[in-house]
Design a protein around this ligand. Structure first.
Ligand SMILES: [Zn+2]
Length: 238
């Protein structure tokens, strides 16, 4: 489905790609692709920025694909030798530049530093929980606080002032022994700056990290549901 929609979006791109110098046209074009990326990444929290979700889904933004198509078309017209691979390498470079400069999605950028390596990995899919870790949008105190589902951004487990994806997954004391087990499995330190590199090293690393993140976030979600129920019961009783 993703590629069908993408092809429809790119229809005639060699002709209209010039219009992409206007930001409004870029956002119009990105809208439908964003919807697909949200599904591919299993991001049910649609608060994630387009920039970040395209990276998580490993989908080159369609405005960059349109420009690539136009360049290919022009090269062929000029009778130059067409090398699709070179064009694709350049497109990844353009995308990387956009990611490096983007104001939104900085947490995702800290984790996924190289969009080409991430997108062309050839194995390992993301799921609901892994996407929460990578976007920072999920069952974390600061996120729940921001969207008014909690009265405080603190960590309910260790009382740290702010519970974020970074705190829960990489820092919180509650999970330290599981984190040590994980490090033994993946053969390296489980840290923000290195976790994706380690995951891309092997299928088994990918699986191990995914399992850890899934277990932690499933537990937190279950406890959050329980806490919400208690709040509700209390409200009814008063
Ligand atoms: Zn904590």
């Amino acid at each position: 489905m993703a590629s069908t929609v993408q092809n429809q979006l790119l229809y005639g791109a060699q002709i209209w790609a010039g219009a992409l110098r206007y930001e409004v046209n870029v956002s119009t074009l990105l809208g439908p692709q964003r919807q697909i990326a949200l599904r591919v990444a299993m991001a049910y929290r649609t608060t994630v920025s387009t920039q970040a979700i395209m990276v998580v889904a490993g989908m080159i933004p369609v405005h960059l694909l349109a420009k690539e198509r136009q360049k290919l078309y022009n090269h062929t017209k000029e009778g130059k030798e067409m090398n699709k691979q070179d064009h694709r390498v350049n497109t990844y470079k353009e995308w990387q530049k956009e990611c490096d400069q983007a104001k939104k999605g900085r947490w995702t950028h800290r984790l996924i530093q190289d969009v080409e390596k991430w997108s062309t990995r050839g194995f390992g899919n993301t799921d609901y929980h892994l996407t929460q870790m990578i976007t920072g949008h999920g069952c974390f105190g600061s996120y729940l606080y921001k969207y008014k589902k909690r009265l405080s951004p603190e960590c309910v487990d260790c009382k740290a002032v702010e519970d974020s994806a970074e705190h829960t997954i990489f820092v919180c004391d509650r999970w330290w022994n599981k984190r040590r087990d994980l490090e033994a499995k993946i053969g390296g330190d489980f840290e923000v700056d290195s976790v994706i590199k380690l995951m891309l090293r092997s299928r088994s690393n990918w699986k191990a990290v995914k399992a850890f993140v899934g277990e932690v976030l499933r537990t937190k979600e279950e406890e959050e549901r329980q806490a919400q129920r208690e709040v509700l019961v209390e409200a009814v009783n008063h």
